[in-house]
Write a protein that binds this ligand. Structure first.
Ligand code: HEC
Ligand code: HEC
Ligand code: HEC
Ligand code: HEC
Ligand code: HEC
Ligand code: HEC
Ligand code: HEC
Ligand code: HEC
Ligand code: HEC
Ligand code: HEC
Length: 312
C-alpha cells in the first residue's frame, strides 16, 4: 500500500465492504470470526491485509483449534489495542497494537512473555521465570513463531538452526567427528535441555546430567556390583555430549583421560612395562581400555578381582 492508502486504510476497507452485501450479510453489521474465536474485531481489517502481514496460518496451529475454548484470540497476545483499532482524533498515524512481538519490537521481553504465561505457566514452562533464558531477556517469541504452521524450533530437524543462531560455539562442536546425531535430526538439543528452564543444572531436562543421559543410555545406569565413582557422579567428566575430536565423545584420549585422576606411575601389579613408566604401553590404541573394558561399571560376580577393576 502507498503511504497515503495506509494512513487512510478505512477507505480501502469501505471499498471492499461495498462488494460484500451482494454475497451475503453485510460485514459491517456483524463481523464474522475468520480463524480464531473472537478475532472479528481485528479481522474486519486484517483479512484484507494478509498480503503485507501474513497471519492467517495461525488457524492451522493448535492456537487455531476453535473447538478448544482455552485457545487465545488476537487480543490475548497483542492486547486490546483500542487506539490501533480506532485512531484517536488528531493522530495522523495509526498507533501500534499494545504488544508487538516481531523483530524490532519495542515491547520489553517480560511484557511479551506475560501474554504467553497467562496460559502457559505450568508444565514444561513451570521453571521459566527462574531460567537462564528469562534472566537474559530471551523471550518466548525469540524461539517460537506463532503465525505459521511450521514452528521451526519444535521440529527436531530445524531446531538446531534456531538455537545455533545464538549459541554459535555449539555449531562447531556438533560438527566434530565424534558427536550425537543432532544434524541428522535424530537427537535434539531439547532431548537434553529444557529451553524453558528446569530444576536441574544447565537447564537439563532431568534433575541431573546423568538422569538426562539415562533416558537413552539405560544400560549405563546399572545398578552395578562395582561402580566407577566418576561415572555415577557425572557423565560429563569424561564426555562432551556436544561432540569432540576423540572417539566416543571423550574429552581426552586414554591414558590421559584416566591419568587426570589415576597416578601414571602407581599401577599395581606386574603388567609388562608398567613398573617404570606406564605411558608407552598405554598409548597403544585404546590404552588403559584394552584391559579395563567395562569402564562404566562391572557386574561380574564370578571373578571379583577382575570385576572390581572393570576388566570384565
Ligand atoms: C480499522 C482497521 C484495523 C483494525 C480493526 C485492526 N488493524 Fe491492525 N493494522 C491495520 C493497518 C492499516 C495496519 C498497517 C499499519 C501500517 O502499515 O502502518 C495494521 C498493522 C497491524 C500490525 C503490524 C504493525 C507493525 O507496525 O508492524 C499488527 C501487529 C496489528 N495490526 C495487529 C492488530 C490487532 C491485534 C488487531 C485487533 C486487536 C488489529 N490489528 C485491528 C488496521 C487495523
Ligand atoms: C498466541 C499469540 C498470538 C495470537 C493469538 C495472535 N498473534 Fe499476531 N503475532 C504474534 C507474534 C509472536 C507475532 C510476531 C511474528 C510471529 O511470531 O509470527 C505476531 C505478529 C502479528 C502481526 C505482524 C505480522 C508481520 O508480518 O509483521 C500481525 C498483523 C498480527 N500478529 C495480527 C494478529 C491478529 C489479527 C491476530 C488474530 C487473528 C493475531 N495476530 C493473533 C502473536 C500472536
Ligand atoms: C489464551 C491462552 C493462550 C495464550 C495467551 C497462548 N497460548 Fe499457546 N496454547 C494455548 C492452548 C490452549 C494450546 C493447545 C494446548 C494443547 O493442545 O495441549 C497452546 C499451544 C501452544 C504451543 C504448542 C503448539 C502445538 O502445535 O503443539 C506453543 C508452542 C504455544 N502454545 C506457544 C505460545 C506462545 C509463545 C504464546 C505467547 C506468544 C502463547 N502460546 C499464548 C493457549 C494459549
Ligand atoms: C530457547 C528457545 C525457547 C524459548 C525461549 C521458549 N521455548 Fe517453548 N519450546 C522450545 C522447544 C525447543 C520446544 C519443543 C521441545 C519441547 O517440547 O520441550 C518448545 C515447546 C513449547 C510448547 C509445547 C510443548 C509443551 O507442551 O510445553 C509450548 C506450549 C511452549 N514451548 C511455550 C513456550 C512459552 C510460553 C515460552 C515463554 C515463556 C517459551 N515456550 C519459550 C523452545 C523455546
Ligand atoms: C535469542 C538468543 C538465544 C536463543 C535462540 C537460544 N538461546 Fe540459549 N542462551 C542464550 C543466552 C543469552 C544464554 C545465557 C548464557 C550466556 O551467557 O551465554 C543462554 C543460555 C543457554 C544455556 C545454559 C543455561 C545455563 O543455565 O547455564 C543452555 C543449555 C541453552 N541456552 C540452550 C538453548 C537451546 C537448547 C536453545 C534452542 C532450543 C537455545 N538455547 C536458544 C540465548 C539464546
Ligand atoms: C546429549 C545431551 C545434550 C545435547 C543433545 C545437547 N546438550 Fe548442551 N549440554 C549438555 C550437557 C551435559 C552440558 C553440561 C551440563 C553441566 O555440566 O552442568 C551442556 C551444556 C550446554 C550449554 C552451557 C555450557 C556451555 O557449554 O556453553 C549450552 C549453551 C548448551 N549446552 C547448548 C546446547 C545446544 C544449543 C544444543 C543443540 C545444538 C545442545 N546443547 C545439545 C548436554 C547436551
Ligand atoms: C535422546 C536420546 C539420547 C540422550 C538423551 C543421550 N544420548 Fe548419547 N547417544 C544417542 C544416540 C542416538 C547415539 C548414537 C548411537 C549410534 O550412533 O549408534 C548416542 C551416542 C552416544 C555416545 C557414543 C558415541 C560414539 O561415538 O560411540 C556417547 C559417549 C554418548 N551418547 C553419551 C551421552 C551422554 C554423556 C549423554 C547425557 C549428557 C547422552 N549421551 C544423552 C542418544 C542419546
Ligand atoms: C571415567 C570416564 C567416563 C565416564 C565418567 C563416563 N564414561 Fe562413557 N565412556 C568412557 C570411555 C573411556 C568410553 C570408551 C569405551 C571403550 O572404548 O570401550 C566410553 C564410551 C561410552 C559410550 C559408547 C560405547 C558404549 O559403551 O556404549 C557411551 C554410550 C557412554 N560412554 C555413555 C556414558 C554415560 C551415559 C555416562 C554417564 C552415566 C558415561 N558414559 C560416563 C568413559 C567414561
Ligand atoms: C575424575 C576422576 C577419574 C577419572 C577421569 C577416571 N577415574 Fe578411575 N576411579 C576414580 C575413582 C575416584 C575411583 C575409586 C577409587 C577407590 O575406590 O579407591 C576409581 C576407580 C578405578 C578403578 C578401580 C580401582 C580399584 O582399586 O578397584 C579402575 C580400574 C579405574 N578407576 C580405571 C580408570 C580408567 C581406565 C580410567 C580412564 C578411562 C579412569 N579410571 C578414569 C576416578 C577417576
Ligand atoms: C595390560 C592390561 C592393563 C592395562 C593396559 C592397564 N591396566 Fe590397570 N590394571 C590391570 C590389572 C590386571 C589390574 C589389577 C591388578 C591387581 O589386581 O593386582 C589393574 C588395576 C588397576 C587399578 C586398580 C588400582 C591399582 O592401582 O592397582 C587402576 C586404578 C588401574 N588399573 C588403572 C589403569 C590405568 C589408568 C591405565 C592406563 C594408564 C591402566 N590401568 C592400564 C591391567 C591393565
Amino acid at each position: 500500500m502507498t503511504a497515503f492508502l495506509r494512513a487512510r486504510f478505512e477507505w480501502v476497507l469501505a471499498a471492499a465492504l461495498i462488494l460484500v452485501p451482494a454475497l451475503g450479510a453485510p460485514v459491517w453489521a456483524q463481523p464474522k470470526d475468520v480463524v480464531l474465536n473472537g478475532d472479528a474485531a481485528c479481522m474486519v481489517c486484517h483479512q484484507y491485509l494478509e498480503a503485507q502481514y501474513p497471519i492467517l496460518a495461525i488457524g492451522k496451529t493448535k492456537h487455531g483449534t476453535r473447538a478448544d475454548k482455552r485457545t487465545p484470540t488476537c487480543t490475548s497476545c497483542h492486547g486490546e489495542s483500542d487506539t490501533h483499532i480506532n485512531i484517536p482524533q488528531g493522530v495522523s498515524e495509526r498507533p501500534k497494537p499494545e504488544r508487538m512481538f516481531g523483530k524490532g519490537s519495542m515491547t520489553p521481553a517480560p511484557e511479551r512473555d506475560e501474554a504467553c504465561l497467562s496460559c502457559h505457566k505450568g508444565g514444561k514452562q513451570i521453571h521459566w521465570l527462574g531460567s537462564t533464558h528469562a534472566a537474559r531477556d530471551i523471550s518466548c517469541t525469540s524461539c517460537h513463531q506463532i503465525h505459521t504452521g511450521r514452528d521451526k524450533v519444535r521440529d527436531k530437524r530445524t531446531q538446531p538452526e534456531v538455537c545455533l543462531g545464538c549459541h554459535k560455539d555449539k555449531r562447531t562442536q556438533i560438527m566434530r567427528p565424534s558427536r550425537h546425531p543432532i544434524l541428522e535430526g535424530k537427537v535434539a538439543c531439547s532431548d537434553c535441555h529444557n529451553p524453558h528452564g528446569s530444576a536441574g543444572p544447565t537447564m537439563m531436562v532431568r534433575d541431573s546430567v546423568n538422569d538426562t543421559c539415562y533416558q537413552c543410555h539405560m544400560e549405563k545406569r546399572g545398578p552395578f556390583v562395582h561402580n566407577h565413582q566418576p561415572v555415577t557422579e557425572d557423565c560429563g567428566i569424561c564426555h562432551n555430549p556436544h561432540g569432540t575430536i576423540n572417539y566416543a565423545m571423550l574429552k581426552l584420549r586414554s591414558p590421559f583421560l584416566c591419568q587426570q585422576c589415576h597416578e601414571p606411575t602407581g599401577h599395581r601389579g606386574t603388567v609388562a612395562s608398567f613398573a617404570t613408566n606406564s605411558v608407552p604401553a598405554n598409548t597403544v590404541a585404546r590404552g588403559c581400555l584394552n584391559c579395563h573394558t567395562n569402564i562404566h561399571g562391572s557386574n561380574n560376580p564370578i571373578d571379583a578381582g577382575n570385576a572390581r577393576t572393570f576388566r570384565r
